[in-house]
Design a binder for this molecule. Sequence first.
Ligand code: NAD
Length: 275
Amino acid sequence: TIIPSKILSNGVQMPYLGLGVYKMTDREEAILAMTKALEVGYRAIDTAAIYGNEKEVGEAIKNANVSREEIFVTTKVWNNDQGYDNTLRAFETSLKNLGLEYVDLYLTHWPVEDKLVDTYRAIERLYDEKLIRVPGVSNHHAHHLEKIFAKANVQPMVNQIELHPYFSQVELRAFCNEHNIAVTAWSPLGRGGILQDEVITTIASEVGKTAAQVILRWHYQQDIITIPKSVTPTRIEENMQIFDFELSNEQLAKINHINKDQRFGQNPDTFHFDF
Ligand code: NAD
């Protein structure tokens, strides 16, 4: 399977599906999972400084039979490292931990109200210096993005947000679309919490795929990038087998209908972890 890529606003190609590595803290388990993913055809890994596994990401990439240029690495600056100078320093630490010479996509992990613009300006500088290929943000609502638009020379090209059939983010997606910002879905499977949904399992048996594959395909057919997480080799493989079938418009509509604006994670407007 070859995973298709989305062309971002600066022409850089970002794979539509990557491996999320949140909570992969056991060193050996993490390296095994990432190595497995690269072996079966994943070409993107989504980590963050706070996940504590950037070293493992670097190691898996070094050991892989795939060249660095073919792999799309995302990492993020944590909340208490925000601000202009702090972000530049945090990036240097991430780069060192990863053992890489550049990062593909660097994101503000969460919007810290009084710092998010300075944090983004530092990300912009890293982009100018070609230390990152794509500048972006995560968990930013329209009002956060508008603050950035007012001050930025280069707009964020990616916004990584919680997005799955129970929290389909129709408005924020439309806003990002309008501004040429690619949307990446975190917790695309609702942390596993949507896999038993009857609408999903019914469609899964209709198309002869698993619930996880149906959900990831629903994202893909709406131009949304996904980063499902698994450490289980069979599931890692299963999650990328979504490019050999199609959901009908009727099936997509049925899935759109199960939205209940239900988050599994934090709300960016009220989350204040470690500011
Ligand atoms: P997810 O929706 O990817 O669900 C992962 C869980 O679903 C796994 O732990 C496993 O229990 C289950 N699962 C995975 N594949 C399965 C399969 N094929 N069959 C059955 N069960 C399966 O949730 P997540 O880990 O929260 O999110 C994915 C990634 O998104 C993270 O690893 C991280 O990289 C990123 N993320 C980012 C933020 C952010 O603030 N930017 C927040 C949360 C997660």
